[in-house]
Design a protein around this ligand. Structure first.
Ligand code: AVJ
Length: 306
């Protein structure tokens, strides 16, 4: 993992617009900080989604009584998986996560809470093609589960390839429950990615600390600041790490100059409307079966069928 990380850092910091893939935010510390983000007032997605799921899960059970296996992409703490397993009668569950230690703990909790479900964790990067466990029963109905609006962290082309390859691996007759955050007032969007208590800032800055820890970089944490920015044209919230002065950062034998105000683009979080999301799903070979939202139309949950 470290050499893949190093390669992408070298490549990403050498571009005219410095950028890193948001998946690198999730080392163990980053996964913990993300859990903290889900509890700050300004970050509406997690609690809004949880409320929508209270209606969705029972309805899912009624619409798709034969779901035998759940495959979750980016399972994190697996709190949502736990609720889903309570509602449907699956006998196998595959939580996939890039943060290995975090995944192990979450899988153990799931196994304790659901003794009749076979938990088959896969530690890996779901943005790359990955092989599902061979113990997964063939010919049974599978439900892909991609909550949290993580689909929004892909570039549009990446989202299409992810949804298409997920369909390939989930197979005939499968369904996919995918959450996507919806376009809303700019002030609400920017505040959700720049909370007053500074948790999101710490989450973003942890990426610099991670490069210091794992790659021996010498980022001065006090010389960078967190910024969230709603990019109206691209329909995405961007997270930036902005250099507060002219400086040079060293990683191994490589020097990376930063001008004052220059920034690393560390995450895009795309926001959707229903039509755009449906178009994206259709391009990827999925049909939209049902859409749920909350009273404010803040957040969307989409049931797709193969
Ligand atoms: C991983 C998609 C849930 O884009 O909203 C939260 C990550 N980044 N605050 C998002 C995130 C900054 C998050 N998801």
């Amino acid at each position: 993992m470290t050499s893949a990380f190093l390669k992408e850092v070298q490549e990403g910091l050498s571009r005219p617009q410095k950028a890193l893939n948001p998946k690198w935010l999730y080392d163990h510390r980053g996964s913990e900080l993300f859990e903290d983000i889900t509890e700050v007032d300004e970050y509406y997605p997690t609690r809004t989604e949880a409320r929508i799921f209270e209606d969705v899960f029972p309805e899912l059970k009624a619409r798709r009584p034969d779901i035998a296996a759940i495959v979750e992409y980016g399972s994190g703490s697996s709190k949502k998986t736990d609720k889903l397993l309570e509602a449907v009668s699956a006998t196998q569950c595959v939580p996939i996560d890039i943060s290995e230690e975090f995944l192990r703990d979450a899988a153990n909790t799931l196994a304790e809470r659901h003794p009749h479900v076979e938990i088959l964790p896969v530690a890996g990067d779901f943005t790359q093609p990955l092989v599902l466990p061979s113990r997964l029963a063939q010919g049974h109905q599978r439900l892909g589960f991609f909550p949290g609006s993580t689909i929004g962290n892909f570039e549009p082309d990446g989202a299409v390839s992810f949804l298409s390859s997920a369909q390939q691996s989930l197979g005939e007759g499968s369904a996919f429950l995918v959450s996507a955050d919806l376009i809303k007032d700019e002030a609400i969007l920017e505040a959700a990615y720049d909370d007053a208590s500074g948790v999101t800032a710490a989450f973003n800055l942890n990426l610099l600390e991670r490069m210091n820890r794992e790659l021996g970089a010498n980022f001065d944490l006090s010389a960078f600041t967190h910024r969230s920015h709603w990019n109206e044209t691209a329909r995405r919230v961007e997270m930036h790490l902005v250099s507060l002065r002219d400086q040079t950062v060293t990683i191994g034998t490589d020097d990376y100059p930063f001008a004052e105000g220059e920034y690393i683009h560390t995450e895009s979080s795309y926001k959707f409307d229903v039509d755009r999301f449906e178009t994206l799903a259709r391009k990827s070979g999925w049909a939209l079966d049902k859409f749920w939202t909350d009273k404010d139309d803040y957040f969307g949950v989409f049931l797709l069928t193969a």
